[in-house]
Design a protein around this ligand. Structure first.
Ligand SMILES: [Zn+2]
Length: 184
């Protein structure tokens, strides 16, 4: 059976990006749990989390955990930040240097398109390549989603809202499901 590994970025002493009382580590853990619940209840998939509480994990611990869990795919959730309030939107990354770059590109593309299908009020920055540790060194197809900019007043409206977080989670989950249908 397919094992989906979800990775909520940051945690514990590492809050990630911060805007006032809004912490990246808290937003992404909430959305990750929503993705988990949706994938389990709608599709009956086996879903594992690298962290389910507010704890600190190194990047390598996240990669090693995914390997230990015998994951078939890995999705990391983050929020973006910029020094200007004007940068905004949703983007999904994969690594073109990883062992599974072809499948990772499909995974990233499916996630981005389903996510944007659910979030018509947000800007799509598209699918991009980067060598972030958790997508570069994972031993399974991997993608990293940036759910919007915590520094953008427009994106923050969605990042704070439970209804928007749920729609984001369902979009990500449907993107993952589309990938699983194609490859498993
Ligand atoms: Zn982050």
């Amino acid at each position: 059976m397919t094992v989906i590994v979800l990775d909520a970025g940051h945690g514990g002493r590492d809050p990630g990006a911060v805007n006032g009382s809004l912490y990246e580590k808290t937003i992404v853990l909430d959305v990750t749990k929503r993705v988990e619940t949706y994938l389990r209840s709608k599709y009956g998939y086996q879903v594992r989390l690298t962290r389910s509480t507010d704890v600190y994990l190194t990047l390598d611990q996240r990669v090693q955990t995914a390997k230990t869990l015998r994951g078939n795919l890995f999705v990391s959730l983050h929020t973006n930040a910029a020094t200007t309030p004007y940068a905004k939107g949703v983007e999904t990354f994969y690594s073109s240097s990883s062992a599974h770059s072809g499948k990772s590109r499909v995974l990233a593309t499916n996630i981005q398109s389903n996510l944007m299908g659910n979030m018509s009020g947000m800007t799509s920055r598209g699918v991009k390549t980067a060598n972030y540790y958790v997508i570069r060194y994972n031993t399974m197809p991997s993608a990293l989603v940036e759910l919007g900019f915590i520094s953008s007043p427009q994106d923050v409206t969605h990042l704070r809202s439970n209804a928007s977080r749920q729609r984001m989670a369902e979009g990500i989950a449907e993107g993952i499901a589309q990938y699983v249908h194609a490859y498993h």
